[in-house]
Design a protein around this ligand. Sequence first.
Ligand code: TXA
Ligand code: MG
Length: 315
Amino acid sequence: MKARITSNLEEAKNLLEKGALVAIPTETVYGLAGNAFSAETVIQIFETKNRPHFDPLIVHVANRERVGEVVAEIPEVAQELMKNFWPGPLTIVLRKSSAVPDIVTSGLETVGVRMPNHPMTLELLRSLDFPLAAPSANPFGYISPTSAQHVAKQLGDHIPFILDGGVCSVGVESTIIDCTQSKPVILRLGGTTIEQITNAIGEVEVNTVSSSAPQAPGMTLSHYAPRKPLFIGDIRALLNSMKGNVSVLSFKDEYAGCRTIRLSETGDLREAARNLFSAMRELDAEDTTAIVAEWVPDIGLGRAINDRLRRAATK
Ligand code: TXA
Ligand code: MG
């Protein structure tokens, strides 16, 4: 099988209705989508990604009205979050309805739901009479794809169709917030910042590290990893201490004499987030032995960037 890459929504719709998998664009990263109500289809998603069955999938919906199809109840705080951040990079964990097969949620009583902010995918979702379960469209453990070409390179032989919606505008995955507890808990840092969430609903807890439990299994530490060792710290010092041909992933500065990718020459965190995964891929593919990188300012989207760098780094 060699995936066709087009922007033909009709073809994507037909394939999904037949139970096939389609890679879809979102504002965060590309997803590997299938009918969330079909256990058979969802099994194919796990198999194609080589993803362990204990790692639950996010369910994508066309609009707020259709959340009721997949969850048992919507607490007020979740309503507030949807009003403020949907469509957008925020996944809300709620108690699931019986319509969602257990395999989607890895047996959990809760389901992660989001309304993505991409015009093509929203139109596709509106045209379907089922929601789409979709993890990021990468082999398990590798860097998430932010373009149709990234998907084609890694999964192109295993899926029939990639819906090409261009380069992802946010570039890191959605923030995940659990609204099933008395106080909302952020489980994954992502495209919606803690600052934005706090502004909308007040103080929240952040629990993105205790990932041994099935709460957020996708957040196991070695995630988003390039194949090549990646070291984070002071770039100059790292370069001085390392032998051989090394590439540099910097926030904004150029490093003379080294192959360098700068995430944002002007130091803009949104631009840096947008470029992060494609920069990691590009440096991973090059003829160097390692990548050295540095932390970005730990505010706003910078927290999500630093989180992905930490998970990609060599221990
Ligand atoms: O931006 C995104 O969220 C992208 C696009 C495609 O929407 N999707 C994505 O999916 O990043 P994935 O499968 O790579 O990450 C989903 C993560 C899981 O690893 C898990 O940590 C968390 O979402 N998750 C899903 N359902 C959950 C639940 N019921 N409770 C807690 N965490 C859940
Ligand atoms: Mg993923």
